[in-house]
Write a protein that binds this ligand. Structure first.
Ligand SMILES: Cc1cc2nc3c(=O)[nH]c(=O)nc-3n(C[C@H](O)[C@H](O)[C@H](O)COP(=O)(O)OP(=O)(O)OC[C@H]3O[C@@H](n4cnc5c(N)ncnc54)[C@H](O)[C@@H]3O)c2cc1C
Length: 477
């Protein structure tokens, strides 16, 4: 049986930098990746990053610290992230930005900046590459491929980890399923860098309060690493910290897959709303122009099915900037013709019937909003942007869904990123990093700009260096 100092499971956002650093220490490293390609979620991620104290910030005269970054995160998520893990990653995240730049990262010229897609930081510390996640991948790929040419390193693609071997509570090996069948490797250090579970509806329901899944996650985000850890006795955390992203429209009726290009434009700082957002009953549940996306996401998570109807009319469709700017003309006309979640109606009663909203509630909601538009009353939700009234004829509604970019629950780890059991004891030799430790570990109950990709890179590198060094020390004894 082959023996390795470290086996890294998953060659994605966290696994690749982990492997680069571990291989450079001289430790004998195996990387296994279930897919045919490396890169994981970087193929679809927007790749927004955050970090305080980068060289780019100082070149722009921005004074920022990891303490200020932490304070901003804890303001946004009301302190629901894990302080010990934030303390591990935040002081290193500025260096991660510098490291990407040193290795040819194609930074968007507007960065660092304050981003409003998620709840905004108070300081300009969000960055992204011109190609989003792919810009990050383009830096990692050559470094990773070079590391895998070292005599002490090996990559096995299309190889899935399926279970752990343990003895006396410590890792002794890993069970793998490769192109030629199942086999085992011996190792006393395994890193689960397997990502989240945003493509596994059953696991999502189990770990996230029985909710339906609407998702933009990569198919490889199947949660198998979390299940492997669970079977080995690991504790899980973050099951109660889900917040949906506001909001998506599935690519096809009946599908739960959302394509990022097709996301509706619902950020008031980018496009002020002309529409109403209504519950299944026809009532409003948010101030549509609330500058706080966190407020809107908390409103949405309270809806039983995390969906809402985006209601407008033909005049708004003609006059307003598009609410679905990423959809082609053909996609839109096919949707209005055929999809049950794209509804047209000649009047309010018919719209209520076709969307199954309560006719009385819908009529009352539209009447109250229109009075605010006409200036005869205050908007009941306190909305300020009141461009024009809606209806009474030529009505339209699109059903939008609270959706998943990253999953909240994951494998519980201590501040050395060693996996722990429910009683707090370590599973010796088992480590986890990236979204596998739960998106809520760093973001809490919220979506904090750059706080998935940057910690995956930062802690991936930190863990790879640490485990590689420990392995080399053990080998020298
Ligand atoms: C559309 C979208 C936009 C996003 N935008 C942002 C953003 O702008 N900023 C941000 O911070 N976050 C963003 N996120 C979240 C962020 O991209 C992810 O949380 C992060 O990339 C996950 O990194 P990871 O290394 O944990 O997992 P991944 O990058 O998904 O890598 C996991 C790898 O493990 C492999 N794998 C899984 N199970 C096994 C197994 N059993 N055996 C072998 N291999 C396995 C997978 O195939 C995959 O290659 C976004 C997510 C999505 C979906």
């Amino acid at each position: 049986m082959d023996r390795f100092d470290i086996v890294i499971v998953g060659a994605g956002t966290a696994g690749m930098p982990c492997a680069i650093e571990a291989a450079e220490t001289g430790a004998k490293v195996l990387v296994v990746e279930a897919e045919k390609q490396t890169g994981g979620t970087l193929h679809v991620s927007l790749g927004q990053l955050s970090g305080a104290g980068s060289r780019l910030q100082s070149e722009r005269g921005i004074t920022d610290t990891s303490a200020a970054h932490l304070a901003d995160i804890e303001r946004i998520n009301r302190g629901t992230g894990r302080r010990e893990i934030l303390d591990l990653t935040l002081p290193r995240q500025g260096e991660t930005i510098d490291w990407l730049m040193e290795n040819g990262f194609d930074m968007d010229s507007s960065c660092p900046t304050i981003l409003h897609l998620h709840e905004a930081y108070r300081e300009a510390r969000t960055y992204w590459g011109v190609e989003g996640g792919l810009s990050v991948y383009k830096v990692l790929k050559p470094l990773f491929e070079k590391a895998m040419t070292l005599p002490n390193a090996e990559l096995r693609l299309e190889t899935r980890a399926t279970g752990l071997r343990l003895s006396d509570g410590a890792v002794t090996g890993l069970v793998l399923a490769g192109p030629d069948g199942d086999y085992e490797v011996a190792t006393d250090r395994v890193v689960l860098a397997t990502g989240g579970y945003g493509s596994n509806a059953a696991l999502f329901a189990r770990l996230t309060g029985g909710r339906d899944l609407y998702t933009a996650a990569m198919p490889g985000s199947d949660g198998s690493g979390i299940e492997i850890a669970e079977q080995a006795g690991a504790a899980l955390r973050g099951q109660d910290l889900f917040l949906p992203t506001y909001a998506g429209v599935p690519e096809k009726p009946g599908s739960n897959r959302v394509i990022w290009r097709q996301m509706p434009s619902l950020t008031p700082q980018v496009r002020q709303p002309w529409e109403l957002h209504l519950t299944a009953n026809g009532a409003r549940f948010v101030r549509e122009d609330d500058p706080s996306v966190d407020n809107r996401e908390h409103g949405l998570v309270e809806q039983p099915d995390m969906s809402f109807w985006c209601v407008f009319d033909d005049d708004i469709l003609r006059e307003a900037p598009p609410v679905l700017p990423g959809w082609t003309e053909d996609e839109l006309s096919a949707a209005w013709d055929k999809r049950p979640d794209f509804v047209t109606a000649p009047d309010i009663a018919t719209l209520a019937e076709r969307t199954t909203m309560s006719p009385d509630t819908l009529a009352a909601t539209i009447t109250a909003y229109n009075a605010a538009c006409d200036g005869t009353a205050e908007d009941p939700m306190g909305r300020i942007h009141l461009p024009r009234s809606i209806g009474p004829s030529g009505l339209r509604a699109i059903r939008m869904r609270g959706m998943v970019l990253k999953t909240p629950a994951g494998i519980d780890v201590d501040e050395t990123l060693t996996v722990i059991r429910p009683d707090g004891t370590q599973i010796v030799g088992l480590h986890a990093v990236g979204e596998a430790i739960g998106g809520s570990t760093l973001s809490g109950r919220g979506f904090i700009s750059g706080m998935s990709v940057t910690p995956a890179l930062t802690l991936g590198r930190w863990l790879g260096q640490r485990l590689g060094t420990l392995a080399m020390e053990a080998n020298a004894e």
